[in-house]
Design a binder for this molecule. Structure first.
Ligand SMILES: [Zn+2]
Length: 348
């Protein structure tokens, strides 16, 4: 039996030392030390030996068992070290010949790109840039611009009113601005003429959204007040600015129109770049797109901000920025500008 035990030990140890994975190691452990393992079965036989032989054989059996258990433990440790080392090597392996992954680089939205161009053009002719609140009072959005409460033109500006029922504000007095012209009064109250300013910003109207209208749209408001400013100065400014922004080849036309805050009022049309004047859904089949309503500032507006309307005159205009962007890039739908689809945005 002693010989048998020694043989079990030798077989087990040499077997275990060759194992390099945990699963096989576990199997071999069971094969020798399990309930019906080779060593376990031999140990059970010890009870059948003559009484005097049992202590000696029992001691040997324990030694064999311990030797196998120790070898298994050491081998487990070795396997673990090997796998750790391997995964470390895998991490460190860098193949510098493999082409790199290009990081996605963002860029400015077409609206921002065009807005920056607009600002640059106006800066070269002496305009300053101002910013104003999107939540505006009825006074600056309408009253100061010669649009009293009962004026019919209020109907055309589908106004969004803020719910002020839980505050001390008179209902209807706080609105989302419908036009960046709201900044005219705020600026003119603070600055004495001469003044030249543009105000880029978002406006809000309760409008039916279609290819050329949005409930939220960008405008660049601008105005100039000085002594002896004439309507021809306005035409010249619009012509200069739009040719700088849209190219020398564009076709423009002016038409008379009516806004309460200007007298006379001028509507600027640019030949539709989507259809080149042939007529399409974007220009409502007219071949022209309204791009820049303008006019000479009404004396009532000048008076309301404390200017002397006998001494100074001025003109004001508003560029429909969203429309300018769509016309510049021949986009046939304004809604594309607020679409987050990368396939659209990547083209600019
Ligand atoms: Zn068109």
């Amino acid at each position: 039996m002693e010989e048998e035990l020694i043989q079990i030990k030798n077989t087990a140890v040499s077997l275990i030392l060759d194992i390099l994975d945990r699963k096989t190691l576990e199997e071999v452990k069971l094969q020798f030390l399990g309930r019906s393992g080779k060593l376990t079965l031999v140990i059970k036989e010890i009870a059948k030996l003559p009484k005097e032989d049992r202590p000696e054989v029992g001691r040997l059996a324990n030694e064999v068992k311990k030797a196998i258990e120790d070898t298994i433990a050491n081998q487990e440790l070795r396997i673990r070290q090997l796998t750790d080392q391997e995964s470390g090597e895998r991490k460190e392996k860098i193949d510098t010949s493999v082409p790199g992954i290009k990081p996605d680089i963002g860029h400015l939205h077409p609206m921002t790109q065009v807005l920056m161009d607009v600002v640059d053009v106006f800066k070269t002719i002496g305009f300053q840039v101002a910013d104003g609140p999107e939540i505006e009072t009825d006074y600056y959005n309408f009253e100061v611009l010669n649009i009293p409460k009962d004026h019919p033109s209020r109907d055309t500006q589908q106004t969004l009113f803020l719910d002020t029922r839980k505050s001390k504000v008179v209902p209807g007095e706080v609105i989302l601005r419908t036009q960046t012209s709201a900044m005219q009064g705020r600026i003119m109250e603070k600055i004495k003429p001469p003044v030249r300013a543009i105000v880029p910003g978002k406006n809000f109207r309760y409008e039916q959204v279609d290819a050329s209208h949005g409930f939220e749209f960008w405008q660049v408001e601008g105005f100039l007040v000085d002594t002896s400013v004439r309507l021809t100065d306005l035409f010249g400014t619009i012509d200069y600015v739009l040719r700088k922004l849209m190219g020398e080849g564009i076709k423009l036309k002016f038409a008379t129109t009516n806004f309460p805050f200007v007298e006379p009022g001028v509507d600027t049309y640019i030949q539709c770049t989507v259809c080149n004047g042939r007529g399409c859904s974007f220009c409502k089949q007219s071949g022209w797109s309204e791009i820049m309503p303008a006019g000479m500032i009404h004396p009532n507006v000048l008076k309301a901000v404390g200017y002397d309307s006998q001494k100074v005159t001025g003109f004001a205009f508003a560029i429909g920025l969203s429309r300018l962007v769509t016309l510049r890039y021949q986009m046939d739908d304004l809604r594309l500008l607020t679409n987050p689809d990368m396939r659209i945005l990547e083209q600019f």
